[in-house]
Design a protein around this ligand. Structure first.
Ligand code: PLP
Length: 390
């Protein structure tokens, strides 16, 4: 089965009880047994639920893997993977990282004796130097948030030399990037984003093709219990059926907008892997089959107030999150990355003038008109301020 066929069919057999073509929402916590321990493979919904199982099979297939475990959020999935480790174990982590992941590592798992070293994963010597005898896991995100830096997954897997490599594939999605085929062992997603795709459900998944790792993740899923309810599993599954169609449109629109912004004098920088001057454009072409729907840009001149700029946009909502069909704009410095100290933020390139777009699948002409209108209005404000006596 090819990608788009898997999205529609993997795990989606007609319901054995009724023939329902679409997997039903099995809104049940428990299952009636005919005798003690005699049941149809389902005993309690923290452990197993048919709707969730269908989602797990669908998403595993999309990553080219046999096993998936669904969670109530991306952070719950990440947490389950980290829970495979024990006190004293060491993790090498990419330094351009989702803020919530950094918070989980530094404020929760460090208290349980895990150790983390944050490195620039584009610097392979630095990655090699960070490895210790106790290193058990490599954690990476590519493209990263918000600067769209890429990590060479195959190169890191080679450095890891058999140690577990986990990739947060939320930004690229399996449609554009398949980390397991590049040597990673575990893929994690916030399905809240592109996989769900409609900004109406929070969820996560951990996927692997390694039976032993799957066994351990499944154990964590049941032991800690961060599972999605059947309703959320169903919404995620429905969203994922159109992942390929949506991703093609997201990427097409993002490329158009990135090129439009890059050509403007009032835009200082554009971060998008699909632009030829992106520092890792060649790696992007090799490692990804498309460049995704996320881009960031920095305005030239004095930093603006994000809400002022956003207030002039009609279709881009000022909001955290990403990956829905609707366009969003966010000011990483004061929103998603606000918990990082200002000096660290500036050093990493997350300036006050940086804005991040999650480009939706609206008509690109409307999105371009929206952005150019807001940019022109901003120029107007600055000119009038310059000439105004007050
Ligand atoms: C949103 C996000 C997460 C966290 O997922 P939740 O579903 O919000 O818990 C993790 N990684 C990345 C890259 C994200 O964008």
């Amino acid at each position: 089965m090819r990608f788009q066929t898997k999205a529609i069919h993997a795990g989606q057999e007609p319901d054995p009880a009724t023939g329902a073509t679409i997997v039903p929402i099995y809104q049940t916590s428990t299952y009636t047994q005919t005798a003690v321990g005699e049941h149809k493979g389902f005993d309690y919904s923290r452990t197993i639920n048919p709707t969730r199982l269908a989602l797990e099979r669908q998403l595993a297939a999309l990553e080219g893997a046999r096993y998936g475990s669904a969670f109530s959020s991306g952070m719950a999935a990440t947490s389950a993977v980290l829970s495979l480790l024990s006190a004293g174990d060491h993790v090498v982590v990419g330094d351009d990282l989702y803020g919530g992941t950094y918070r989980l590592f530094s404020r929760v798992f460090e208290r349980f004796g895990l150790e983390f070293t944050y490195v620039d994963m584009t610097d392979h010597d630095a990655v090699r130097a960070a490895v210790r005898p106790a290193t058990k896991l490599f954690w990476l995100e590519t493209p990263s948030n918000p600067l769209l830096k890429l990590v060479d997954i195959a190169a890191i897997a080679e450095i890891a030399d058999g140690r577990t490599v986990a990739v947060d594939n939320t930004f690229a999605t399996p449609y554009f990037q398949q980390p397991l085929a590049l040597g990673a062992h575990i893929v994690v997603h916030s399905t809240t984003k592109y996989i769900g795709g409609h900004s109406d459900v929070v969820g996560g998944v951990a996927i692997t093709d390694d039976a032993a790792l799957h066994e351990q993740i499944r154990f964590q899923q049941n032991a800690a219990g961060g599972v999605p309810g059947p309703q959320d599993a169903w919404l995620t599954m429905r969203g994922a059926k159109t992942l390929a169609l949506r991703m093609r449109e997201h990427a097409r629109n993002a490329q158009i907008i990135a090129e439009f912004l890059a050509a403007r004098d009032d835009v200082a920088r554009v971060y998008y892997p699909g632009l030829p001057d992106h520092p890792q454009h060649e790696l992007a072409k090799r490692q990804m089959s498309g460049f995704g729907g996320m881009l960031s840009f920095e305005l030239a001149g004095p930093p603006l107030r994000a809400h002022e700029f956003a207030a002039r946009l009609r279709y881009f909502s000022l909001a955290e999150s990403l990956g829905g069909v609707e366009s969003l704009i966010c000011h990483p410095g004061r929103m998603t990355h606000g918990s990082i100290p200002a000096s660290v933020r500036e050093r990493r390139g997350i300036t006050d003038g940086l804005l991040r777009l999650s480009v939706g699948i609206e008509d690109p002409q409307d999105l371009l008109a929206d952005l150019s209108g807001a940019l022109e209005a901003r120029a107007g404000i600055r000119d009038s301020e310059l000439t105004s006596p007050v």
